[in-house]
Write a new protein. Structure first.
Length: 146
């Protein structure tokens, strides 16, 4: 699914907030490979992918890998939590950041955008648009990076 970069790029982390209100940065998760999914509740393809990302986290998430969903709703993290509760998301953490700061830091256009980040907080792959996260190819590719 990801065309891996031959030249991993360092990332400038936008300010990220977790559900407890604590400020986080991508470097905080640096011991893992991260699938950073930038999404919003008003984005239909984002909403459709979220259950698949939840299943991916349940299948292969752990000490070496995590799905990091980054909600950029202007209304804040509470709207993301309501959406999680509505559709029964059980395995994913929830993080929030200001849309403009994420766009400036990560230079993405359109939602959903998903970045594959290595253990040194470098971008090694990027997907624009929705994807079938339930595919065996996805899990195989990610496991190959662990």
């Amino acid at each position: 699914p990801f065309r891996l970069r031959g030249d991993p790029q360092p990332l400038l982390s936008p300010p990220i907030v977790d559900e407890s209100g604590r400020d986080r940065r991508l470097e905080d998760f640096g011991s893992r490979v991260i699938l950073l999914n930038i999404w919003a509740t008003w984005c239909p393809p984002c909403r459709e992918e979220m259950p698949m990302l939840d299943r991916l986290q349940a299948r292969i998430g752990g000490a070496d890998f995590m799905v990091l969903p980054l909600c950029i709703d202007d209304a804040g993290i509470d709207r993301g939590r309501r959406f999680y509760n509505e559709i029964g998301i059980a395995n994913l953490p929830l993080f929030w950041a200001e849309s403009l700061r994420v766009q400036l830091a990560l230079a993405f256009v359109g939602l959903p955008t998903t970045l594959l980040i290595d253990r040194e907080s470098r971008e090694i792959g990027r997907l624009q648009g929705p994807f079938d996260w339930d595919s065996d190819d996805t899990a195989t590719q990610i496991r190959g990076l662990l």
